[in-house]
Ligand binder design. Structure first.
Ligand SMILES: NC(=O)c1ccc[n+]([C@@H]2O[C@H](COP(=O)([O-])OP(=O)(O)OC[C@H]3O[C@@H](n4cnc5c(N)ncnc54)[C@H](OP(=O)(O)O)[C@@H]3O)[C@@H](O)[C@H]2O)c1
Length: 285
């Protein structure tokens, strides 16, 4: 039985689906009752509901578990504390394998959520638990948030430069790797960078979107103040807004790109290219 934390988010659901395809039983740690159906649909075998910041919830979650796949909620101010608490209860429960869903370039101090993940990684080394760390790049699935504007207005609009390069990765490829490292031998002690196969500029991304959808899509840079105004209206927390502003400024200055060799080796095939991902989204309607 594998515990998947943050189970009802897009990452958690993808990982549960990938494990279910391999016939693996999963226990999904969810936050709210409304998420029960969501993780059941993904293929979760057992469900546990509670607040991840509560160590008692984590202790119950790891009871009788062989391996943990830890996904901290995005931009969580207590990521390091949650990680420390989970490692402690996993140690007590004699969990055989602790797999952490980190991020590409956690060494980046300019992005607080990356830096917190680096500190969790350090705690993992010190925990004595057999571990594997996955470091995915930004997901192709993030583009879905802009889909109505892309299709409706023919505009791909993000708050960073059109020149910023990103090695977007398909979350389904990442989830497949998660299932591989959890079910096949030989991955204990490894840290794997999971970048997508093409370090594309935002202009390239707009062009690929346009080519596949069959209409002109132009890139437009959204002023950060305008993005913040909309984020406040949408009720995003102050912490999430500040963290995202750091992230967008970083993307604007340096991009966020890497190398797909490790991903290709783990998958045993070419990783999904952006055009293939967009085609999949287009065909699914
Ligand atoms: N998006 C990317 O491109 C990308 C790339 C690399 C790495 N990552 C990392 O992937 C991780 C997961 O991201 P995601 O977008 O899939 O997850 P997410 O949707 O932000 O969160 C996952 C789940 O955690 C739940 N949750 C929130 N607070 C909780 C709490 N206190 N106790 C228990 N559950 C709680 C959320 O439920 P509620 O709806 O109730 O809040 C949600 O269902 C993050 O750590 C992120 O940094 C993301």
């Amino acid at each position: 039985m594998i515990l998947v934390t943050g189970a009802a988010g897009k990452t958690g659901r993808a990982v549960i689906r990938a494990l279910a395809r391999r016939g693996v039983y999963t226990r999904a740690l969810i936050h709210r009752e409304a998420q029960i159906a969501v993780v059941q649909k993904a293929g979760a075998t057992e469900i546990i509901m509670g607040d991840m910041t509560d160590p008692d919830v984590l202790a119950r979650a790891v009871e009788g578990i062989d391996a943990v796949y830890h996904i901290c909620p995005n931009m969580h101010p207590e990521e390091e504390k949650i990680g420390a608490n989970l490692l402690e209860v996993a140690h007590v429960a004699k969990v055989q394998h602790f797999v952490y869903h980190s991020v590409l370039h956690p060494q980046t101090e300019d992005m607080p959520h990356h830096w917190h993940k680096l500190r969790v990684e350090e705690r993992i080394f010190k925990s004595g638990l057999p571990f594997t760390i996955l470091q995915p790049a930004a997901y192709m699935q993030n583009l879905l948030a802009y889909w109505p504007e892309i299709v409706g207005e023919g505009v791909y609009r993000v708050p960073y430069s059109g020149e910023a390069r990103m090695s977007l990765v398909d979350l389904d490829d990442v989830a497949e790797v998660a299932a591989i490292v959890l079910t096949e031998p030989g991955h204990v002690g490894a840290i794997y960078e999971l970048a997508g196969p093409e370090p594309l500029t935002q202009y390239d991304i707009a062009n690929i979107l346009g080519e596949v959808i069959g209409q002109r899509v132009r890139f437009e840079m959204l002023p950060l103040e305008q993005w913040e105004h909309t984020a406040l209206q949408r009720g995003l927390s102050e912490y999430a807004i500040e963290t995202l502003k750091h992230m967008f400024r970083y993307y604007d200055a340096y991009g966020f790109w890497g190398n797909a060799n490790v991903l290709k080796w783990l998958l045993g095939r070419e990783p999904t290219r952006l055009a293939d991902f967009v085609r999949k989204v287009r065909d699914e309607g």
